[in-house]
Ligand binder design. Structure first.
Ligand code: FES
Length: 111
């Protein structure tokens, strides 16, 4: 079974190495889905939808502030923990995926 099971019994899937610096974020693929994997200033890993809810533009390139991410297009800010909007112009939140670190790997539950 080792090496063949991509999804753990809990539904978490590999989302790449846990090698991000504090405050870094990058687009990764989890089970064929684009997600933004980010490392908050608290040291934890987070994963959110790759698309901003404001104008459906990519969140890739957004800056991490604390445990939030700022959209690079018009500045909407989203909580990395919950996906809720913290700053305009977005009105709707984005999906925040359950995330955890297992050894050297980030695991994301793509829901
Ligand atoms: S597309 Fe993200 S704030 Fe406008």
């Amino acid at each position: 079974m080792w090496g063949t099971m991509l999804t753990t019994e809990a539904g978490f899937c590999p989302a790449g190495p846990a090698d991000l610096a504090l405050g870094a974020a990058e687009r990764r693929q989890v089970e064929g889905r684009d997600v933004i994997v980010a490392r908050g200033q608290d040291g934890a890993y987070y994963a959110v939808a790759a698309m901003c809810s404001h104008a459906a533009l990519p969140l890739e390139g957004g800056r991490v502030r604390g445990t939030s991410i700022v959209c690079p297009h018009h500045g909407a800010r989203f909580c990395l923990k919950t996906g809720r909007v913290l700053g305009p112009p977005a009105h709707e939140g984005i999906t925040a995926y359950p995330t955890r670190q297992e050894g050297d790997e980030v695991m994301v539950w793509p829901l």
